[in-house]
Design a protein around this ligand. Structure first.
Ligand code: HAM
Length: 386
């Protein structure tokens, strides 16, 4: 992200609740999932359920020059029903870019997300792409959608009938079996886009094509937040169960800055779900867990203070080092060294101290055992670890 000119931003864990109410009163995030409370000054506060609103609040407050490109990471809080891949505290990594609606930045943002998964070795992640229209064409589409569902109301699940009253678009997000046929046959946004928005979407797609990033056009992709306009996208992992397979998502929110009291400023970004990404990494076995946290295990049979000092020296030289405690026997310490997975045991006994050496034993490779002068031990280990 920094290579692409995004600077780090750290925003507070909580904000005045008004910042998050803009996420939309037809979203569950706002109606059911907010951790909100009154503080000692009777301010109505909420733990952040996501970071886009906070970043846009910071933009409106500080008015940095545009394009303003930032990245963030940290915990978010949503009072959801906890299950595999869905937690009440979870972690996101994301970026936001404010101040331009050039379709090339849409492609840039999507490609950064996409390379994040690729760099982790994930192969089973699909990119779903849609355009949700703009303030001119979206209301016309929403009306068509309302009419469609209204004319088939009795076939719609009871929950979706409620959703329909608040926001017909979000009915498309229903996973209920009963609603699927109606959703499949419903009108699609693509048929309602204004020429300008259709052209913008074509620009985004040509950018992705040029980068060789594969995507699926997904006309039912509406996302769980109300601020989106035009480009929206989600990354789905086929290695995870379908209920929690979204490992990230994002899109444009061109009206959010003005809704929060700032100047009209287009914006786009994404957030990746770190917890789910780690589940996907496990499911795809995309990287081996490291077999050891440390390179050297120090064995001290003179009481323990030599191990304290040598571990400290090694760690200061950026070499991972661990030890046993409680002045255990040589044999017990050797067993602990084996269990640690460390490459070397560095042994300190009375003889070694008398001779100014440390015995270095290779526990995994074939360089055997040697007495190394104490002041050369760092160099020797560095050389052998190369
Ligand atoms: P979101 O789709 O609500 O978007 O969340 C992004 C990702 O966070 C999801 O795809 C998922 O991986 C992860 N996530 C969400 N809820 C949970 C949960 N309860 N447990 C575990 N992981 C979860 C946003 O938050 C937008 N702010 C993204 C964005 C940035 N749009 C524009 N800019």
């Amino acid at each position: 992200m920094e290579r692409a000119g995004y600077g780090a931003i750290m925003s507070p864990l909580f904000e005045e609740i008004g910042v998050f109410l803009r996420l939309g009163d037809s979203t569950e995030i706002v109606t059911k999932e907010m951790y909100d409370f009154r503080d000692k000054g009777d301010n109505h506060i909420a733990l952040r359920p996501e970071l886009t609103a906070s970043v846009v609040r910071a933009y409106v407050q500080h008015r940095p020059p545009t394009p303003w490109k930032v990245w963030y990471e940290g915990p978010q809080f949503r009072y959801e029903r906890p299950q595999a891949g869905r937690y009440r505290q979870f972690s996101q990594v994301g970026i936001e870019a404010l101040g331009t609606d050039d379709p090339m930045i849409d492609a840039e943002v999507i490609s950064l997300a996409s390379s994040f998964y690729a760099d982790l070795g994930l192969r089973q992640v699909r990119l779903l792409l849609n355009s949700l229209g703009d303030p001119t064409c979206r209301p016309i589409y929403v009306e068509a959608l309302r009419e469609w569902f209204q004319s088939h109301l009795s076939d719609l699940s009871e929950q979706s009938q409620h959703t329909l009253l608040a926001n017909p678009l979000r009915v498309l997000d229903s996973k209920r079996e009963q609603d699927q046929q109606l959703i499949d046959d419903a009108p699609v946004m693509a048929d309602y886009l204004t020429a300008e928005t259709a052209e913008h979407f074509a620009g985004v797609r040509s950018g992705l094509d040029r980068l060789g990033i594969a995507y699926e056009i997904s006309p039912r992709l509406v996302r769980g937040l109300d601020y989106y306009t035009r480009t929206t996208f989600e990354f789905a992992s086929d290695a995870l169960g379908t209920a929690q397979n979204a490992v990230g998502g994002g899109g444009r929110y061109d009206q959010l800055a003005s809704e929060l009291g700032g100047p009209d400023t287009p914006g786009i970004g994404f957030a990746l779900g770190v917890d789910r990404i780690l589940l996907a990494c496990d499911a795809e076995a995309s990287f081996e867990p490291p077999d050891s946290r440390v390179s050297v295990f120090v064995i001290d049979v003179t009481g323990g203070v030599e191990a304290l000092a040598l571990c400290n020296r090694l760690q200061s030289a950026a070499i991972g080092a661990d030890r046993a405690y409680d002045a255990r026997s040589m044999k017990a310490q050797m067993r602990a060294a084996d269990r640690s997975g460390a490459r070397f045991a560095a042994i300190v006994g009375e003889d070694e101290i008398a001779n100014g050496v440390i015995t270095l034993r290779d526990l995994r490779g074939d360089t055997g055992q040697a007495a190394i002068p104490t002041n050369e031990i760092i160099n020797e280990i560095e050389k052998r670890l190369l």
